[in-house]
Design a protein around this ligand. Sequence first.
Ligand code: ASP
Length: 304
Amino acid sequence: MPDRINEAGGHWAIIVHGGAHEVPPEKASASRAGCLAAQQAGRKVLEGGGSAVEAVEAALRLLEDDPTFNAGFGSAPNSVGEVEMDSGLMDGRTLDVGAVAGLRGVRHPASVARALLRETPVMLIGDAARQFAREQGAELCEVEALISPAQREAYEEHDTVGCVALDAQGNLAAGTSTGGLSGQRPGRVGDSPLPGCGFYADNELGAVALTGEGESIARMMVAARILHLLARPSPEATSPDGALQEALQTMQQRVGGEAGAIVITPDGQVGWWHNSPNMPVAYQTSRMAQAGVFLSKTEEQDVQ
Ligand code: ASP
């Protein structure tokens, strides 16, 4: 499919999050630094003319390596002490989706999801996902090796990661990566690898990634709701933050649950919102001299 003319006029944008949860004071600087480093990795790709998909993968890989976050190394173990990971990636240009669930013993689930993007299946699970990862030359490891020292000692609650990007060619992409909920039942899969729930990207509508209580997000198809809200015609047109706030409020009213979301519109507007105490983010567009890095929406509002 040929590239469209970038509605944002050749501009790029990227936002990453480090999970909707409470960030304890001792984790604040690591959360900021981790999000910023991931955002910078993605930004470099975009500045170099790379695609939104490449930028999202690059950012997620950094977050997966950082034990501050519940993805890749440092994933939250399930109720039997094992790490099972989920990841999803979507290309807004082609509407290709790659997702993996219940993946064990792979360092970068986001890269496995990326490798699946151009294949026919939308999702692979468990041992079959690991077999696919092996065939693709993904970095395999012992299941145990993904449990960080902090997780081993204290079963710490970290959180899921996500990234959304717009490249200079006008293409959007969204991705998520998670170890799921701490102590979850083996085999439990949340919203993160489910398109329309935990993530979605469509060049015509926008790209979005979610974090939070996966059952609530999935039951309300929150990613799809957000994009429908953004597509509302004028004069009711909603700002990106407004659409996220409305979708999360509806979720809370109907089924309850804490969550957060990040979004980029086809014309390059960046939005984020959460109903959890914190959601670390880092974002930048080609119109911004430097990145914004915040632990909560109120922190951003305070500096504006
Ligand atoms: N949404 C993820 C899940 O339910 C968890 C999270 O975002 O923290 O698996």
